[in-house]
Design a protein around this ligand. Structure first.
Ligand code: UTP
Length: 292
């Protein structure tokens, strides 16, 4: 039961980023100089994933091209002797056959997007990564989760503590702590108001799922927003199998949200020695102007 495949649902409409997402998947938006999807794919390969499954929708061309060779650019970089850049763009192309594309014809929800990968994944546990949840950490979340999975042998979701007044933005757990950073999930509540929330533990876009989830998603029951929700299928799965929450270490940025996306850009840019000083000086300048 090794986790070999990772599913990347990238077929959402990304309405919060229109017009940027009119012709391009939200996951192609760059944080500093790398598209969101590349951060997630790197995390997956780092965790030992062998096969990447993209569930794409409209505007998949840029994403496909991003993970393919570009002979014109390679040629131009070679001519200009830009060897570092040349190495970078060659390295980001995974070996032939490690990426599989499938299509979600209509954006019927995250649960439905994952279900679209059922025949490619088959009867084995698999990972799901939502690239718009970008995590800054020195302990890549999926690697940690796979390590836990090797022992727990059950479905798992990454979780983080959120301020109590923000529970209505997340899927929130009713859960029991079983060991350091691990919770056994009793129930999940989608976007509860703070007074209804069973905890402040929120589910974030990294999952390990047992293949049984496909049969449950296949029932195509719609939930919140009239979409086929992963959370609903996980709630049903809970009646038959345990599901754990793993509280990861690191800063998570919601890059599906405009403010979260800007914060991610700033946080990742400040990690770059070649950018840090100029940015900090600019921030100080803006702050001083704001304070008049
Ligand atoms: P979001 O809930 O962020 O929705 O999806 P969205 O459509 O991408 O963005 P907004 O809210 O309209 O701005 C979470 C993840 O699930 C994928 C998205 O691509 C994103 O990675 N998704 C969502 C699908 O692949 N298909 C869907 O039908 C819905």
């Amino acid at each position: 039961m090794r986790i070999k495949k990772a599913v990347f649902p990238v077929a959402g409409l990304g309405t919060r980023f229109i017009p940027a997402t009119k012709a391009m998947a939200k996951e192609m938006l760059p944080v500093v100089d790398k598209p969101l999807i590349q951060y997630a794919v790197e995390e997956a390969f780092q965790a030992g994933i062998e096969q990447i499954v993209f569930v794409t929708g409209r505007g998949k061309k840029a994403l496909e091209d991003h993970f393919d060779r570009s002979y014109e650019i390679e040629h131009a970089l070679e001519a200009k002797k830009k060897h570092d850049l040349l190495k970078q763009i060659r390295e980001l192309v995974p070996p032939t056959g490690t990426i599989i594309y499938t299509r979600q014809h209509e954006p019927l929800g995250l649960g439905h997007a994952i279900w679209c990968a059922r025949d490619i994944v088959g009867d084995e546990p698999f990972a799901v990564l939502l690239a718009d949840d970008l995590i800054q950490t020195d302990r890549p979340v999926l690697s940690e989760m796979i390590q836990k999975f090797d022992r727990l042998r059950a479905s798992m979701a990454a979780v983080m503590e959120v301020p109590k007044d923000q529970t209505d933005k997340y899927g929130i757990l009713d859960a029991t702590a079983v060991e350091k950073d691990i919770y056994r999930i009793n129930d999940m509540v989608e976007k509860p108001s703070p007074d209804q929330a069973p905890s402040n533990l929120a589910i974030i876009g990294r999952y390990i799922l047992m293949p049984k989830i496909f049969a449950l998603l296949g029932k195509k029951q719609t939930g919140a927003g009239n979409e086929i929700q992963l959370t609903d299928a996980m709630k049903t799965l809970l009646q038959e199998q345990p599901i754990f929450g793993y509280k990861f270490h690191g800063n998570r940025f919601d890059c599906g949200d405009k403010v979260g996306f800007q914060m991610a850009n700033l946080a990742f840019a400040l990690e770059r020695p070649d950018m840090k000083d100029r940015l900090l000086a600019f921030i100080k300048e803006v702050q001083a102007e704001e304070q008049g």
